[in-house]
Design a protein around this ligand. Sequence first.
Ligand code: SIN
Ligand code: FE2
Length: 220
Amino acid sequence: MNAVNGDLFGRDGAREPWSEWLGSGTVLLHGFATTDAAAILADLARIIETSPFRHMVIVDGRPMSVAMTNCGALGWLSDTAGYRYSSFDPQSSHRWPPMPDSFSNLARAAAIQAGFSSFTPDACLINRYAVGARMSLHQDKDERDFRAPIVSVSLGLPAVFLLGGAKRTERAQRLALIHGDVLVWGGQDRLRYHGVQPLKAGCHPLLGDARINLTFRQAG
Ligand code: SIN
Ligand code: FE2
Protein backbone atom coordinates (compact mmCIF):
# COMPACT_ATOMS: atom_id res chain seq x y z
CA MET A 1 0.00 0.00 0.00
CA ASN A 2 1.12 3.50 -0.77
CA ALA A 3 2.17 5.01 2.57
CA VAL A 4 1.03 8.52 1.65
CA ASN A 5 -2.41 7.46 0.49
CA GLY A 6 -2.81 4.80 3.14
CA ASP A 7 -4.78 6.87 5.62
CA LEU A 8 -6.94 9.00 3.37
CA PHE A 9 -7.72 6.85 0.37
CA GLY A 10 -9.43 3.49 0.13
CA ARG A 11 -8.15 0.67 -2.06
CA ASP A 12 -10.12 1.93 -5.07
CA GLY A 13 -8.50 5.35 -4.76
CA ALA A 14 -11.68 7.00 -3.45
CA ARG A 15 -11.21 9.27 -0.49
CA GLU A 16 -12.41 7.78 2.79
CA PRO A 17 -15.14 9.74 4.61
CA TRP A 18 -13.85 12.16 7.23
CA SER A 19 -15.54 14.49 9.70
CA GLU A 20 -14.95 18.21 10.01
CA TRP A 21 -16.53 19.99 13.00
CA LEU A 22 -17.74 23.49 12.19
CA GLY A 23 -19.38 24.32 15.51
CA SER A 24 -20.46 22.53 18.67
CA GLY A 25 -23.45 21.02 16.82
CA THR A 26 -22.32 21.27 13.20
CA VAL A 27 -20.30 18.65 11.36
CA LEU A 28 -19.44 18.20 7.70
CA LEU A 29 -19.16 14.49 6.91
CA HIS A 30 -17.05 14.55 3.78
CA GLY A 31 -17.91 11.72 1.39
CA PHE A 32 -20.34 10.08 3.81
CA ALA A 33 -22.97 9.43 1.08
CA THR A 34 -20.64 8.54 -1.78
CA THR A 35 -21.09 4.77 -1.53
CA ASP A 36 -24.88 4.99 -1.28
CA ALA A 37 -25.34 7.64 -3.97
CA ALA A 38 -26.26 5.30 -6.83
CA ALA A 39 -28.92 3.49 -4.75
CA ILE A 40 -30.30 6.82 -3.54
CA LEU A 41 -30.56 8.18 -7.08
CA ALA A 42 -32.35 5.00 -8.24
CA ASP A 43 -34.89 5.47 -5.43
CA LEU A 44 -35.19 9.16 -6.28
CA ALA A 45 -36.10 8.28 -9.88
CA ARG A 46 -39.09 6.34 -8.52
CA ILE A 47 -40.14 9.17 -6.21
CA ILE A 48 -40.29 11.72 -9.02
CA GLU A 49 -42.50 9.43 -11.11
CA THR A 50 -45.31 10.11 -8.62
CA SER A 51 -44.26 13.46 -7.12
CA PRO A 52 -42.26 15.31 -9.80
CA PHE A 53 -39.98 18.29 -9.18
CA ARG A 54 -41.81 21.60 -9.37
CA HIS A 55 -40.98 25.25 -8.78
CA MET A 56 -42.98 26.28 -5.72
CA VAL A 57 -43.89 29.94 -5.35
CA ILE A 58 -43.17 32.17 -2.39
CA VAL A 59 -45.75 34.30 -0.65
CA ASP A 60 -45.65 37.06 -3.30
CA GLY A 61 -46.26 34.52 -6.08
CA ARG A 62 -42.69 34.46 -7.47
CA PRO A 63 -41.31 30.99 -8.26
CA MET A 64 -38.20 29.70 -6.48
CA SER A 65 -35.18 28.98 -8.68
CA VAL A 66 -34.71 25.59 -6.98
CA ALA A 67 -37.14 22.83 -8.06
CA MET A 68 -38.49 20.74 -5.17
CA THR A 69 -40.35 17.63 -4.20
CA ASN A 70 -40.62 15.56 -1.01
CA CYS A 71 -40.79 12.07 0.34
CA GLY A 72 -41.77 10.83 3.77
CA ALA A 73 -44.82 11.27 5.99
CA LEU A 74 -44.54 15.06 5.75
CA GLY A 75 -43.46 17.31 2.91
CA TRP A 76 -42.38 20.95 3.04
CA LEU A 77 -44.49 23.34 0.97
CA SER A 78 -44.36 26.96 -0.05
CA ASP A 79 -47.19 28.85 -1.75
CA THR A 80 -48.91 32.20 -1.53
CA ALA A 81 -50.23 31.18 1.91
CA GLY A 82 -46.67 30.76 3.22
CA TYR A 83 -44.47 27.85 4.35
CA ARG A 84 -45.73 24.70 6.04
CA TYR A 85 -45.58 20.91 6.15
CA SER A 86 -48.31 18.74 4.65
CA SER A 87 -48.90 14.98 4.37
CA PHE A 88 -50.19 15.50 0.84
CA ASP A 89 -48.63 16.52 -2.44
CA PRO A 90 -50.87 19.40 -3.58
CA GLN A 91 -50.25 18.48 -7.24
CA SER A 92 -51.73 14.99 -6.92
CA SER A 93 -53.68 15.27 -3.65
CA HIS A 94 -52.03 11.96 -2.71
CA ARG A 95 -49.62 11.37 0.14
CA TRP A 96 -45.95 12.08 -0.60
CA PRO A 97 -44.05 8.92 -1.64
CA PRO A 98 -42.74 7.00 1.38
CA MET A 99 -39.15 7.62 2.44
CA PRO A 100 -37.00 4.81 1.00
CA ASP A 101 -34.80 2.85 3.41
CA SER A 102 -31.72 4.01 1.47
CA PHE A 103 -32.65 7.60 2.44
CA SER A 104 -33.60 7.09 6.09
CA ASN A 105 -30.71 4.72 6.87
CA LEU A 106 -28.19 7.22 5.52
CA ALA A 107 -29.78 10.13 7.40
CA ARG A 108 -29.86 8.24 10.69
CA ALA A 109 -26.26 7.07 10.32
CA ALA A 110 -25.11 10.64 9.58
CA ALA A 111 -27.00 12.00 12.60
CA ILE A 112 -25.32 9.38 14.81
CA GLN A 113 -21.90 10.51 13.56
CA ALA A 114 -22.87 14.03 14.65
CA GLY A 115 -23.94 12.84 18.11
CA PHE A 116 -27.73 12.74 17.53
CA SER A 117 -28.52 9.13 18.27
CA SER A 118 -32.31 9.25 18.17
CA PHE A 119 -32.92 11.11 14.90
CA THR A 120 -36.00 9.70 13.15
CA PRO A 121 -36.67 11.75 10.01
CA ASP A 122 -40.30 12.02 8.92
CA ALA A 123 -39.67 14.52 6.12
CA CYS A 124 -37.19 14.68 3.26
CA LEU A 125 -37.22 17.81 1.12
CA ILE A 126 -35.56 17.12 -2.22
CA ASN A 127 -34.03 20.18 -3.91
CA ARG A 128 -32.84 20.19 -7.53
CA TYR A 129 -30.52 23.01 -8.56
CA ALA A 130 -30.02 23.77 -12.25
CA VAL A 131 -27.16 26.07 -13.23
CA GLY A 132 -27.82 29.50 -11.69
CA ALA A 133 -30.31 28.24 -9.08
CA ARG A 134 -29.71 29.50 -5.56
CA MET A 135 -31.20 29.56 -2.10
CA SER A 136 -31.07 32.73 -0.07
CA LEU A 137 -30.02 32.82 3.57
CA HIS A 138 -32.73 31.36 5.83
CA GLN A 139 -33.30 29.33 8.99
CA ASP A 140 -35.14 25.99 9.01
CA LYS A 141 -37.84 26.78 11.52
CA ASP A 142 -41.10 25.30 10.27
CA GLU A 143 -40.53 22.11 12.28
CA ARG A 144 -42.36 21.46 15.53
CA ASP A 145 -39.41 20.56 17.71
CA PHE A 146 -35.92 21.98 17.26
CA ARG A 147 -34.27 19.25 19.33
CA ALA A 148 -33.79 17.11 16.21
CA PRO A 149 -30.97 18.08 13.85
CA ILE A 150 -31.03 18.85 10.12
CA VAL A 151 -29.24 16.33 7.90
CA SER A 152 -28.37 17.68 4.46
CA VAL A 153 -26.98 15.47 1.69
CA SER A 154 -25.27 16.88 -1.42
CA LEU A 155 -25.22 15.00 -4.74
CA GLY A 156 -24.12 15.98 -8.24
CA LEU A 157 -22.45 19.29 -9.06
CA PRO A 158 -20.52 21.07 -6.30
CA ALA A 159 -22.08 24.06 -4.54
CA VAL A 160 -20.92 26.91 -2.37
CA PHE A 161 -22.93 26.60 0.84
CA LEU A 162 -23.23 29.61 3.12
CA LEU A 163 -23.10 28.64 6.77
CA GLY A 164 -24.05 31.56 8.96
CA GLY A 165 -24.83 31.92 12.63
CA ALA A 166 -27.93 32.34 14.77
CA LYS A 167 -28.41 35.90 13.50
CA ARG A 168 -28.82 36.88 9.85
CA THR A 169 -26.19 39.57 10.28
CA GLU A 170 -23.47 37.12 11.38
CA ARG A 171 -20.84 36.62 8.71
CA ALA A 172 -21.45 33.37 6.80
CA GLN A 173 -18.68 30.86 6.17
CA ARG A 174 -18.42 29.59 2.56
CA LEU A 175 -18.26 25.79 2.36
CA ALA A 176 -17.58 23.81 -0.80
CA LEU A 177 -20.03 20.90 -0.76
CA ILE A 178 -19.32 18.15 -3.26
CA HIS A 179 -21.07 14.95 -4.31
CA GLY A 180 -21.40 12.66 -1.30
CA ASP A 181 -20.93 15.29 1.40
CA VAL A 182 -23.38 15.33 4.32
CA LEU A 183 -23.75 18.36 6.57
CA VAL A 184 -25.46 17.98 9.94
CA TRP A 185 -26.43 20.84 12.23
CA GLY A 186 -28.39 20.60 15.45
CA GLY A 187 -28.41 21.26 19.19
CA GLN A 188 -27.14 24.78 19.83
CA ASP A 189 -26.57 25.19 16.09
CA ARG A 190 -30.06 24.08 14.98
CA LEU A 191 -31.19 27.57 13.92
CA ARG A 192 -28.07 28.60 12.03
CA TYR A 193 -28.78 30.65 8.93
CA HIS A 194 -27.73 28.95 5.71
CA GLY A 195 -28.06 29.29 1.95
CA VAL A 196 -26.59 28.23 -1.38
CA GLN A 197 -24.87 30.47 -3.93
CA PRO A 198 -25.92 30.28 -7.61
CA LEU A 199 -24.90 26.89 -9.00
CA LYS A 200 -21.94 27.04 -11.37
CA ALA A 201 -22.05 25.20 -14.72
CA GLY A 202 -20.42 21.78 -14.90
CA CYS A 203 -21.04 18.17 -15.76
CA HIS A 204 -21.28 15.53 -13.06
CA PRO A 205 -20.89 11.88 -14.15
CA LEU A 206 -24.11 10.79 -12.37
CA LEU A 207 -26.26 13.92 -12.50
CA GLY A 208 -25.06 15.97 -15.48
CA ASP A 209 -25.64 19.68 -15.05
CA ALA A 210 -27.56 19.49 -11.78
CA ARG A 211 -27.12 19.37 -8.04
CA ILE A 212 -29.52 17.44 -5.81
CA ASN A 213 -29.84 18.15 -2.11
CA LEU A 214 -31.77 15.95 0.31
CA THR A 215 -32.72 17.73 3.51
CA PHE A 216 -33.92 15.37 6.26
CA ARG A 217 -35.92 16.69 9.16
CA GLN A 218 -38.03 15.57 12.05
CA ALA A 219 -40.89 17.93 11.27
CA GLY A 220 -44.02 16.62 12.97
C1 SIN B 1 -32.00 23.93 2.17
O1 SIN B 1 -31.59 24.68 3.03
O2 SIN B 1 -33.17 23.52 2.15
C2 SIN B 1 -31.09 23.43 1.08
C3 SIN B 1 -29.65 23.45 1.37
C4 SIN B 1 -28.83 22.87 0.25
O3 SIN B 1 -29.29 22.79 -0.90
O4 SIN B 1 -27.68 22.49 0.49
FE1 FE2 C 1 -32.66 25.12 4.83
